[in-house]
Design a protein around this ligand. Structure first.
Ligand code: CO8
Length: 290
């Protein structure tokens, strides 16, 4: 078990259960329809590519697949660094799949939310060095994934946006989304950003510290690789303990409130008024195309 897990008394509770034979399997490359992982055993760096067109939306199936892949890499001692990126041309991830929250049963909503929690717990608490290579727009859940990493490199394109825009959909980012944003950009900026549901262009995101670096689109991945080698020069144990010190309190807050958080989400999202807001937002997304 990694240092983050050892230091957190609850952290194993949150883990997706992977059958022993599956988790012990050591493969360098794995492919699945929605996610592709390339692990370079000479550098110990894995690149996890999200490849679920049209927008890498985070459905239950996608999140399950994501967590299984992350768990496998976490357990593989040869893997020390993870770069998260997208194979799509203009989108990193459109965030949670809105269709998972619209017109679905409370049971399915609960299962979905548990998978969202799991994704964040695994990513934010990872022992690996995690770098988001943000090569396209990254709203809401896509932004959560990005700020769940240790470092963010974004394509320098003012048309790409990133942020927690939940209020624009008439929904509310839960406390652990908020905490992750506060930990990244500070309280005041997070407050403005969350209340307004603000999406920032890549240059604006750099200015407020939501991302760490902008580079031309075709250099996002190579810059992530270069940055990774600098991070990997730091001894793992020292970096991991420091990471845990910075993140443990935030992680433990969700771990000790997981069930209540699921109940809150399900009762909120299934309200008629919230369902109406989601429908209007979906219609707006469709109408933008016309
Ligand atoms: N979920 C499901 N479908 C989506 C999503 C999504 N998040 N985003 C886009 N789509 C669909 C579109 O409706 C469209 O469908 P169709 O082809 O059938 O018309 C298709 O994907 C392609 O979308 P676009 O044409 O808009 O693609 P573009 O490349 O022009 O734009 C963007 C890409 C910028 C990502 C754009 O699609 C966009 O802004 N999407 C919406 C992003 C968004 O607002 N996501 C918020 C999701 S909510 C969330 O992540 C956190 C919720 C926390 C819940 C808390 C409750 C308590």
């Amino acid at each position: 078990a990694g240092v983050l897990s050892q230091l957190s008394s609850h952290s194993r509770n949150g883990r997706v259960c992977v059958s022993p034979c599956f988790s012990l399997q050591r493969r360098n490359n794995s492919t699945s329809p929605k996610i592709k992982v390339d692990l370079d055993s000479s550098t110990g760096v894995a690149v996890l590519m999200m490849q679920s067109p049209p927008v890498n939306s985070l459905s239950l199936e996608f999140l399950t697949d994501f967590c299984i892949n992350l768990e496998k890499l976490e357990m593989d001692k040869s893997c020390r660094g993870l770069i998260l990126t997208s194979t799509l041309s203009k989108v990193f991830s459109a965030g949670l799949d809105i269709m998972e929250m619209y017109g679905t049963s409370p049971e399915r909503c609960g299962e979905f939310w548990k998978a969202v929690q799991e994704m964040w717990l695994k990513l934010y608490g990872s022992n690996m060095v995690t770098i988001a290579a943000i090569n396209g727009s990254s709203p809401a859940g896509g932004c959560l994934m990005s700020i769940g990493c240790d470092y963010r490199i974004m394509a320098d394109n003012p048309r790409y946006s990133i942020g927690l825009n939940e209020t624009q959909l008439g929904i509310v980012a839960p406390f652990w989304f908020k905490d992750t944003l506060v930990n990244t950009v500070g309280n005041r900026t997070a407050e403005l950003s969350l209340e307004l549901g603000q999406l920032y262009s890549a240059p604006e995101a750099l200015k407020i510290g939501l991302v760490d670096r902008l580079v031309p689109q075709d250099q996002v991945l190579s810059t992530a690789q270069d940055t990774m080698s600098k991070w990997l020069a730091i001894p793992d144990h020292a970096r991991q303990i420091t990471k845990s010190m910075m993140r443990k309190q935030t992680i433990d807050k969700l771990l000790s409130n997981r069930e209540a958080d699921i109940t809150n989400f399900v009762s909120f999202i299934t309200k008629d008024s919230i369902q109406r807001s989601l429908r209007m937002y979906l219609e707006m997304l469709k109408s933008r195309k016309v």
